[in-house]
Design a binder for this molecule. Structure first.
Ligand code: B12
Length: 475
């Protein structure tokens, strides 16, 4: 069959991300014998016109949509992206009656809500590279697909979802031919990194998190040698700024160690980074292995440095782990981004002060702190139950598609903003969501690229903030 696969993400903040999921499923469908055309909407000026042109040119038998983001998870300036999805589906329907298949992280989080929003679509939940070819096979034979695992649809008004079985998972790390599917020069000029996954799944039970829903709650590991091979291939093809996009890179720690050892054995010229690390499975041996493997940046997602909040969020680590992680980072040269999330269950003025004190004392000037405020509430998470029990949420689950946030009733939002602003005023290496969603950021990326800077750009946060402040901006 002829498949038109559309990557629908157009969000270029904090920087455009290359659609790894869409590229992986495009390649899987092609290997199954289909002809695939991938239309990436990230940089298109007129999406409806480009979609109509692609439909006319390719006359596809199936249109598939990769849907990554629902919203920007920013409580202060929320952006909802699925209005764009509705208009994409309308554009396709106005020109073609072929089946429309949806997949991607957003579908893993709220399949029912999204299927009701766009109507008459089929969704694939989970590993697209396994499930998409199976569904295409049924469609090509005009056979029923309702018994396939990982498929969701609406039937006579009722939501149906077949649970996904991970049988068939390949331990070989996929290395999509990004040059073939995407406009690589434009992504690179926007400081985008090249995504690679070393495992699927997350074993943690954080109360707010969607990762287990998207990828499952047991880790399925890729073979370290195949990961090193993929990195080598990317770097040889000129794709040197590579980012590991695992839910958590260093859990299980042993696998991360094996990945680093395999990377150290191959002579690659890649600059690796990973923003999703946990302070618990974190020690000198791991960071040394990462340095030897070619990492030029890492991020530790703490959310808080205060025990009542870490417990409230069920992070699975304590403030002791947080302080240990800071001591480890201090003994190494690799730049580190520390990610915080204020306002979770258990947050009080004291816990906010404790976390800010940690940040001021332990984050090195060359490192950076990202401050997020308010926790996005997703249906089916424990945070949803907490918010309902505390009387903070009354909307039914069906209406939770548009962004909703939890803020601990024990902190005042304005006060919290003032505290964070105060910390940012004294530390130029601290930034918040306002800075990450700043309209000037795309221009900053282009200028930085032209000046020869390479990702991760957050290493230069202090300088960039100073320059913008000199230009009169309150960042
Ligand atoms: C790594 C990551 C990042 C990195 C990306 C680095 C990079 N170079 O790619 C960084 C930190 C930059 C980032 C930024 C953001 N992220 Co992010 N990110 C992730 C994370 C952890 C992994 C994404 C990933 O690449 N997975 C690996 C690939 C292989 O999986 P995949 O794309 O889902 O594809 C598979 C399936 O979904 C399916 N599939 C995909 N497409 C299709 C299509 C079809 C037709 C089919 C059948 C199947 C299919 O098959 C694929 C292969 O198995 C996810 C959480 C998660 N565990 O998924 C959040 C996640 C995607 N991010 C999210 C968000 C919100 C953001 C930001 C908006 C945050 C912000 N305010 O800055 C930005 C947006 C960036 C942008 N320009 O769009 C949300 C999206 C949900 C939501 N609420 O909208 C997620 C789900 C996290 C969450 N909060 O729950 N992110």
């Amino acid at each position: 069959m002829k498949i038109l696969l559309i990557s629908t993400n157009r969000n270029n903040l904090p920087m455009p991300v290359m659609p790894i999921g869409a590229c992986i499923v495009a390649q899987a469908a092609e290997q199954a014998g289909h002809t695939v055309f991938l239309l990436d909407l990230m940089f298109t000026r007129d999406p409806p016109a480009d979609i109509q042109a692609a439909l006319a040119r390719w006359q596809p038998d199936v249109v598939a949509l990769s849907v990554r983001n629902i919203d920007n998870v920013d409580m202060r300036n929320p952006l909802f992206f699925l209005d764009g999805l509705q208009s994409i589906v309308q554009t396709i329907r106005s020109r073609s009656g072929v089946p429309i298949i949806l997949g991607g992280a957003a579908l893993g989080i709220m399949p029912e809500q999204i299927l009701r929003l766009v109507q008459d679509c089929i969704a694939v939940i989970g590993d697209g590279e396994l499930l998409f070819p199976q569904l295409l096979d049924r469609i090509s034979r005009k056979e029923r697909f309702e018994d396939l695992p990982g498929i969701a649809w609406i039937e006579k008004g009722d939501f149906r979802l077949n649970s996904f079985l991970s049988a068939g998972f390949s331990t070989i790390c996929p290395a999509p031919d990004y040059h073939r599917w995407l406009n690589i020069p434009t992504y690179r000029s926007r400081m985008a990194t090249v995504p690679i996954q070393t495992k699927t799944g997350c074993q943690y039970n954080c109360v707010y998190c969607t990762y287990p829903k998207i990828e499952g709650n047991s880790c399925r590991l890729k073979d370290p040698a195949s990961i090193a091979d993929a990195v080598l291939r990317f770097a040889t093809a000129g794709l040197r700024d590579i980012e590991i996009v695992d839910s958590v890179f260093n859990a299980p720690r042993e696998h991360a160690m094996e990945v680093c050892a395999a990377l150290s054995r191959v002579r690659h010229s890649a600059r690796l980074q990973c923003l999703e690390m946990n302070p618990r499975d974190f020690d000198d041996a791991l960071v040394t292995a990462m340095e030897q493997a070619g990492f030029v940046g890492m991020g530790i997602t703490l959310e808080s440095a205060s025990d009542p909040v870490l417990q409230g969020l069920r992070k699975g680590f304590t403030s002791r782990d947080v302080h240990n992680a800071a001591a480890v980072v201090a003994r190494h040269r690799i730049p580190c981004a520390w990610v915080f999330l204020f306002g979770g269950p258990g947050e009080t003025p004291e816990t906010v002060r404790e976390t800010l004190q940690f940040a001021k004392r332990h984050i090195r000037p060359k490192d950076v702190a990202f401050f997020n405020v308010g926790v996005r509430i997703y249906p089916g998470t424990e945070l949803e139950t907490i918010a309902r029990t505390q009387g903070l949420l009354s909307l039914p689950a069906e209406e939770m598609l548009a962004p909703l946030f939890y803020l601990s009733p024990e902190v005042d939002a304005e006060w919290l903003d003032r505290e964070l602003k105060g910390a940012m005023d004294s530390q130029m290496n601290f930034i918040n969501m306002v800075a990450m969603g700043h309209s000037l950021l795309p221009a900053i990326h282009r200028i930085s690229h032209a000046l020869g800077l390479r990702p991760p750009l957050w290493r230069h946060t202090g300088i960039i903030r100073r320059v913008l402040r000199l230009a009169g901006m309150d960042v």
